[in-house]
Design a protein around this ligand. Structure first.
Ligand SMILES: NC(=O)c1ccc[n+]([C@@H]2O[C@H](COP(=O)([O-])OP(=O)(O)OC[C@H]3O[C@@H](n4cnc5c(N)ncnc54)[C@H](OP(=O)(O)O)[C@@H]3O)[C@@H](O)[C@H]2O)c1
Length: 374
């Protein structure tokens, strides 16, 4: 199958046991668990890293209290669910909460209206007077992406901050988007790419606009195979699909920064990852019987709270010290938890030829171009 192929497989499937490939993919992504002498040891395989950010001084301890005033700024956060259960509201909820607390006008954009409106309700109760709203966006449906971007362009004159946070870890069986693309690729990579392209005119009207892209430690085990971009060949492996999509996001984030600089868009494109955080990603994705699901259920101590996992993103989005084209993640052991710091960049995310080819491929698949200012 080529990268343009569209396969109409059943959208929902019966759950099955995690394949050996999925298990190996996850292990290689950097998180391995071993029971040693009755205790639990947490070991992470070291990916090959680019030297670009190595040797940089670590950042001072940074918390959400360090976010500067964002009064007068407009922000979009994709994926911002609210749940009555504290530990299920994801990173986007905490991004939106802190941006609203700092005075930004925030739009949460995700596909489940009920969960999105619950996020808005919770943020309003925590931040009286918050400027926060919800709008529907299904990243796995290019018509929905276009509709959302059009509504934003009709109602706003500029956009200061776009956080491409929403994510789908995939389910045990291969699913496809409304447009027939493999669902994880469609949501995480293609949908955000198409959204950013269609919001570019609004971003270019802002004084110092930023786009923050959520990647993952799992990008280190990703690969971009232009002959099978959507995992149409062989057994489907959701773990690999997720890793590949997160590598694609990282490649796009860096490529966008290069293009912004070369074409004077004035936009800072920055990448971030949360380490490992307790959210709805696994319950909503591969589920409780997957390897990730078992870790989630039986070893909750491995996951930091979502409020902590959101900090690298919030740093990238708001700190005056955050640098365009950089990648931020947690400062702690192997980048799994802790406050924001420079993250290790997987070498394959630095391949500029692959990035340029991926960019034009996504433009074609998404039917978008990164065009002119308003
Ligand atoms: N948690 C971690 O340990 C971890 C680690 C590495 C990277 N990440 C990344 O962090 C980001 C946030 O994830 P999370 O951990 O906070 O998970 P989460 O709680 O499941 O949040 C994911 C969000 O994405 C939204 N979403 C999913 N599919 C969508 C679609 N088709 N269109 C629009 N929105 C969609 C969901 O909202 P709806 O269901 O309402 O659409 C939800 O708000 C993701 O990009 C994830 O890959 C997380």
């Amino acid at each position: 199958m080529t990268d343009t192929s569209v396969e109409n497989e059943p959208a929902k499937g019966k759950r099955r046991r995690v394949s050996r490939r999925a298990f190996l993919g996850y292990s290689a992504a950097g998180v391995g668990l071993a029971v040693v002498g009755g205790g639990v040891a947490f070991a992470v395989n070291q990916p090959e890293l680019s030297p670009r950010q190595q040797g940089l001084p670590s950042l001072p301890e940074w918390t959400a209290a360090d976010i500067p005033s964002l009064q007068g700024l407009t922000a979009i956060v994709t994926g911002g669910n609210g749940y009555p259960e504290e530990d299920r509201s994801g990173l986007g909820f905490h991004d939106a909460l802190e941006l609203a607390r700092a005075g930004a006008e925030v739009t949460i954009a995700s596909s489940d209206r009920e969960r999105g409106e619950e996020a808005v309700r919770r943020i309003r109760s925590e931040v009286p007077g918050a400027s926060i709203r919800f709008d529907t966006l299904d990243l796995a449906d290019l018509a929905s992406v276009a509709g959302f971007a059009e509504r934003m362009r009709a109602s706003h004159t500029r956009l200061d901050l776009l956080i491409n946070n929403a994510g789908d870890m995939g389910r045990l069986n291969r699913e496809v988007s409304a447009d027939g693309y493999e669902r994880v690729f469609a949501t995480n990579a293609l949908g955000h790419f198409a959204l950013t392209a269609q919001l570019l005119p609004l971003l270019r009207e802002a004084d110092a606009p930023r786009v923050v892209w959520l990647s993952s430690l799992r990008a280190a085990t990703g690969a971009i195979d232009f002959d099978d971009l959507q995992q149409g060949r062989g057994d489907y492996d959701y773990g690999l699909a997720y890793s590949n999509s997160k590598l694609a996001v990282l490649l796009v984030a860096f490529e966008m920064q290069r293009r912004s600089a070369a074409e004077s868009w004035g936009i800072s494109s920055i990448a971030a990852h949360p380490g490992v955080a307790r959210t709805n990603l696994v319950p909503d994705g591969p589920g409780p019987d997957s390897m990730e699901g078992r870790n989630h259920r039986f070893m909750p101590f491995l996951y930091q709270p979502a409020s902590q996992g959101a900090l690298p993103t919030l740093y990238a989005a708001t700190s005056p010290q955050a640098e365009a084209g950089a990648y931020y993640g947690p400062s702690g052991f192997q980048g799994l938890s802790g406050g924001p710091a420079r993250a290790g960049i997987p070498v394959q995310a630095e391949d500029q030829d692959v990035a340029a080819r991926l960019w034009t491929t996504l433009e074609r698949l998404g039917g978008v171009t990164f065009g002119e200012a308003l």
